[in-house]
Ligand binder design. Structure first.
Ligand code: SF4
Length: 723
């Protein structure tokens, strides 16, 4: 097979030249703020642009994103490891790809096709996510592909699917937020994670709307709210049932809507009868009068929204939590109408698009289901393969990682840092060491890449064209601004080259427009129908909302106005009992650990820890604990604290505050190695969404014998081991 070079088919459009500015989008979160990139004498510069989502705003992550483009430790050559224990060394693309080919074939010959797994990322463009799903099923013939979106929005997606028949993070545009009379934000802190979105909440407040925030911490977002419900982590379903109990008791239920557009309310009513406010206070720690006040704030306005985020979703009962809040929304008659409804605030840059086009173990493009014979046949006809040749549903993300060394002998990781992002990191580390072949495609030598047998250097955001689907379901065009460094390939090139080497005759294009054209055909007729969306339309219309089944269709900013996407068009109530976290405090582990993100970093920090301004603002992990808790344990501000759970232990400095519950401690998860929050977290899975329980586990807290700077690395992680 001919060897590809960086110049070959990277895209179907040449990179721009000269000083022309390029209108594109931020490389990080799902708000996908519009920004302009232009080249100055000092290097690439970001400026904000007036796009409908961010309206000229950017957060500090976006403002500083251009420095990633000149990061000194950028990977520009493949790396291979000759034997375990040896260092990675530079190699040619031919050698690296041949090594992968021989590794895959040897594993599949001995252990079967499913023994090679694929792990994708929520930051991949739609084109890459789509092609990765095809690569896994057609070129590798493996059932085992999943992605790190399983760690993020999976419960919101599963709850929406079972109530509404389809999942789109927000089934309405952001511009509906200011017109909502009341909003409950359950377990989210967008003032830090996606600050420009707060414009919409500020506009809502200016128009007299009310904001309720439920969070164990008094976050920057909670401080903006009229009402803060400071619940114990893991008790969300009890709070939702309590709110519905008050709504039923005080005749706030919209009986006409319930009768006309829903099914299954009677079973929910029976359950919620016993969630009287005093009981809810005992479970959640939220005072009963505040539960009553919140229910009335939501029930007495003409339009109300409930938005959930990771706080409610990353639990072993995350899907039930989401269902309980959807029950509340349905009972109040606040779904399927403008300026109201339930939404899940997607976090990862393309968490939405990444889960629509076949990167999940149970899905095919267009949100089709891999176990549905008709869906299999539709996608197989686009791919030119026999439907029976397509694998069945595979292992979800945590299960896939848990099978490393047993059912999974080889793993291909694309733009994801599983060693930092997955729960129970010690087990993940052990599993990585048991693999016969670990391949990581990334821009930087992440903590996971440092463990690989083969590392492939790939393009980053501004070096490639592609589409992203933001948290509203708006499909956007992320434009290419520059050529990649010599020696760097796109993921699309990597998949084409590997598929060819593996003897796969199916088509694997390397131009993003060609891949998008195929994605449109593969999604046509599916729930997430992109058939009518083109790059030209996206450019002309500031993005297009799916579903958009043909080119004359205007796109669908608001779903469910006439009917829900279920067979009979009615939304489904789903009865939920509160069951609590998989691990609750006891004598040995008396506190609750919860984890989350900070303003200055994105996800595992693989990118943002490399931006000097961001690393300076937040240089390392810490634990936040209540001043009274700290005093009781003899811990002062800045003291080192040892946190121990049933899975591991970390030592991090203390931040003492009054803004967190006394029974709860918080650790950000942006760092890997010895200070990784995920050395502590629990891999207990939600039975429906298969999301792990990042948000609540039992922890022991004590003053550490270590001193801050001398004994503990500020950033954690092993040293790079490149020859
Ligand atoms: Fe916008 Fe998110 Fe980027 Fe911040 S990180 S600039 S909120 S897209």
């Amino acid at each position: 097979m001919a060897t590809l070079t960086a110049a070959d088919t990277i895209d179907d459009r040449p990179a721009r030249s000269g000083a022309q500015a390029v209108q594109t989008h931020c490389p990080y979160c799902a708000l996908q703020c519009g920004m302009t990139l232009d080249e100055t004498e000092q290097g690439w510069r970001v400026s904000a642009r007036d796009f409908p989502t961010n309206k000229g705003g950017l957060c500090r992550k976006g403002w500083s994103a251009a420095s990633l483009l000149s990061a000194p430790d950028r990977l520009t050559t493949p790396l291979v490891r000759d034997r375990r224990g040896m260092q990675l060394r530079p190699a040619s693309w031919d050698e690296a790809l041949d090594r992968i080919k021989h590794g895959i074939l040897a594993i599949q010959r001995q252990h079967g096709d499913d023994a090679v797994g694929v792990f994708g990322g929520g930051g991949l463009t739609n084109e890459k996510a789509y092609l990765l799903g095809k690569f896994a099923r057609v070129a590798l013939g493996t059932a085992n592909i999943d992605y790190n979106g399983r760690f993020c929005m999976a419960s919101g997606a599963a709850g929406s699917q079972r109530a509404f028949g389809v999942d789109r993070g927000l089934p309405f545009p952001l511009s509906d937020i200011p017109l909502a009379g009341a909003i409950l934000l359950q377990g989210g802190n967008p003032a830090e994670t996606m600050p420009p979105i707060m414009q919409y909440f500020e506009a809502q407040r200016e128009q007299g709307g009310k904001l309720i925030v439920a969070d164990p911490r008094r976050t920057a977002t909670a401080r903006m709210a009229q009402l803060h419900l400071q619940l114990t982590p893991g008790t969300d379903a009890a709070l939702a049932n309590g709110l519905l109990h008050v709504a039923m008791r005080d005749r706030l239920v919209d009986t006409e809507f319930v009768a006309a557009r829903t099914t299954g309310f009677a079973a929910v009513q029976r359950i919620c009868k016993s969630y009287w406010p005093d009981r809810v206070e005992r479970i959640t720690g939220v005072p009963a009068p505040l539960v009553e006040r919140a229910a009335h704030m939501l029930g007495e306005v003409s339009s109300a929204m409930v938005l959930t985020a990771r706080g409610a979703e990353q639990q072993s009962h995350g899907t039930d939590n989401v269902s309980a809040f959807i029950n509340l929304v349905l009972a109040l008659g606040q779904a399927g109408r403008p300026h109201a409804g339930y939404g899940c605030l997607t976090g990862q840059g393309n968490g939405q698009g990444g889960r629509e086009h076949g990167q999940k173990a149970d899905q095919l493009p267009g949100y089709r289901k891999i176990d549905n014979p008709r869906h299999r046949a539709e996608v197989a006809s686009v791919w030119g393969v026999d439907p029976d040749s397509l694998p069945r549903p595979g292992l979800s993300a945590c299960e896939l990682l848990g099978a490393m060394g047993t059912g999974i002998r080889g793993l291909i990781v694309m733009a994801c840092n599983v060693l930092a992002s997955a729960p129970d990191a010690e087990q993940v580390s052990t599993g990585l060491g048991r693999l016969d072949l670990l391949v990581v495609a990334d821009m930087f030598l992440s903590e996971t890449a440092q463990r690989a047998d083969v590392v492939l250097p790939i393009t980053q955001w501004a070096e490639e064209d592609g589409t992203m689907t933001n948290l509203e379901g708006r499909v956007l065009h992320r434009r290419r601004a520059m050529d990649p460094p010599e020696g760097v390939w796109t993921d699309l090139q990597v998949m084409q080259a590997l598929a060819g080497r593996l003897g796969c005759s199916a088509r694997f294009d390397t131009g993003s427009r060609q891949v998008f054209a195929e994605l449109r055909r593969a999604s046509a007729g599916g729930a997430a129908d992109y058939a009518g969306i083109s790059y030209d339309r996206i450019d002309a219309e500031d993005g297009v909302f799916w579903p958009c089944p043909d080119e004359s269709h205007p796109g669908t900013p608001r779903l469910f106005l006439d009917r829900f996407a279920t067979e009979d068009g009615r939304a489904r109530f789903h009865p939920v009992e509160y069951r609590g976290a998989a691990e609750t405090p006891d004598r040995d582990f008396p506190y609750v650990l919860t984890t989350g993100r900070l303003l200055s970093h994105y996800q595992t920090g693989a990118q943002t820890r490399r931006v000097a301004e961001l690393a300076e603002a937040e240089p390392g992990a810490f634990v936040e604990l209540h001043v009274d808790t700290a005093r009781g344990l003899g811990i002062g501000r800045g003291d080192m604290v040892r946190l121990t759970t049933r899975r591991g232990s970390i030592d991090v400095p203390a931040r003492v505050t009054r803004d967190i519950r006394m029974d709860t401690v918080f650790v950000p998860f942006h760092w890997a190695g010895r200070v990784s929050a995920n050395l502590l977290t629990n891999a207990a899975l939600d039975p429906v969404s298969r999301i792990p329980e990042f948000k609540a586990c039992a922890v022991h807290v004590q003053r550490s014998p270590l001193r801050a700077s001398a004994d503990v690395p500020r950033h954690g992680g092993p040293k790079q081991d490149v020859a």
